[in-house]
Design a binder for this molecule. Structure first.
Ligand code: GLA
Length: 379
């Protein structure tokens, strides 16, 4: 009897061991380490995605934050191209949305008020008279469930968060899935998907602060291209006025690659209204076409070249006008004014209050989808 049980047991152990090796195998290329503890005791982990060409992205389950993004320059030297912090405590207490997922509504809603199907909703006012980036505790401050995955040529993370009916004043249980995928062509793709059980509004984006010069100094010499003929002028509280203005002949014209600093100090009212610099939404010419480039950034010194593709209708370009060298970032860097190019692919600000803007309403039974690709190379 014993003679028969032993081989069966051994076989069973082998099968269990082998299948556990198999299930770990799909995840072993994505490493996971401890990053910190939330005030409520939740653990924050940092996941590392690495591709065959040395591009490496580190992501927190707190806010889905891209904490580090290493990219080779023209000499093959890797450097971190996004602003951020070393500690969780700084992310919790000081972060101006560094690298985070933004929701439910990226950008501003005037007076934090909108009406949907005859009901009026009031949101938290965290930006003067307006609601910004989801309110007091937006998606950038939530713990997301994270599941790593790999395929032959990619590695990535599936992030999930359920925002309950009434959270931050928004209606409907909103089920949000975000997938981060890094491939071997140095393209990092973000896919957003959401469903709701009641009519609601949403505007999802990632708020990475790019600085292709290893996060050092200003970006005034980096060359920006925005594939947009028009932009949305704002009022003194950064709410679009409703006008759609041509960029032609203005400092807002980035249709050909232009140094960010070339016109940033021009005597142009729109630059002065947003704390000196750029903080506006451009209407993309790409009209949702993911294979046509929407924006690019080039660092002429180190050759790093970023191209952005998106299905979204707009892009907010923010030049770090509120940064003032007081934050102590990674690698000992401080972040002066104009030390970043933030490019948030999204729907237009205050869309719920502008019937002429593309709709941001999500109804039960429908699924929201959007995708953005960040492709790095050198020139
Ligand atoms: C967005 C806004 C800016 C600023 C930053 C965060 O990009 O448009 O005005 O609030 O977020 O500091």
């Amino acid at each position: 009897m014993r003679n028969r049980i032993l081989p069966v047991l051994a076989a069973l152990i082998c099968i269990i061991f082998y299948s556990s090796c198999q299930s770990n195998h799909s995840q072993e290329r994505v490493s996971k380490s401890f990053f910190g503890i939330m005030p409520n005791g939740d653990t924050v982990f940092r996941y590392t995605l690495t591709n065959a060409h040395g591009e490496q992205i580190k992501v927190l389950n707190y806010g889905g934050i891209i904490q580090s993004w290493l990219v080779p320059d023209k000499n093959g030297k890797r450097g971190d191209v996004v602003l951020g912090f070393d500690s969780l405590d700084q992310y919790i207490k000081q972060s101006p949305y560094f690298g985070a997922l933004i929701g439910r509504f990226a950008n501003r809603i005037a007076h934090g008020t909108f009406t949907l199907n005859d009901s009026t909703y009031h949101l938290y006012l965290n930006d003067g008279p307006n609601s910004l980036h989801g309110g007091a505790v937006g998606f950038d401050k939530k713990i997301w469930t994270v599941i790593p995955f790999t395929t032959d040529s990619t590695e990535g993370l599936k992030l999930h968060y359920v925002s309950k009916n009434g959270e931050e004043g928004y209606p409907g249980d909103l089920d949000v899935h975000v997938t981060y995928t890094l491939n071997n062509e140095n393209a990092f793709r973000i896919d957003y998907e959401a469903t709701t059980d009641k009519p609601t509004i949403l505007n999802l984006t990632n708020h990475s602060y790019f600085n292709l010069n290893d996060g050092k100094g200003t970006i005034l010499n980096e060359k920006l291209m925005l594939n947009a003929d028009t932009f949305l002028p704002v009022d003194s509280t950064s709410i679009p006025t409703g006008e759609i203005r041509s960029v032609a002949g203005t400092p807002m014209d980035f249709r050909t690659p232009t140094e960010v600093g070339a016109h940033i100090d021009d005597n142009y009212r729109q630059l002065q209204l947003v704390h000196g610099g750029y903080d506006h939404n451009w209407i993309l010419n790409t009209k949702g076409n993911l294979s046509e480039v929407a924006a690019s950034v080039y660092d002429p010194d180190n050759g790093r070249f970023l191209q952005i593709y998106t299905t979204q209708p707009g892009i907010q370009f923010y030049s770090g006008n509120f940064l003032d060298s007081t934050l102590h970032g990674k690698d000992g860097n401080v972040y002066p004014k104009h030390s970043t190019i933030v490019l948030e692919t999204q729907h237009y600000p205050d869309s719920p209050n502008e019937p002429s803007f593309p709709s941001v309403v999500l109804n039960p039974g429908d699924t929201f989808h959007s995708s953005t690709i960040y492709k790095f190379s050198v020139k």
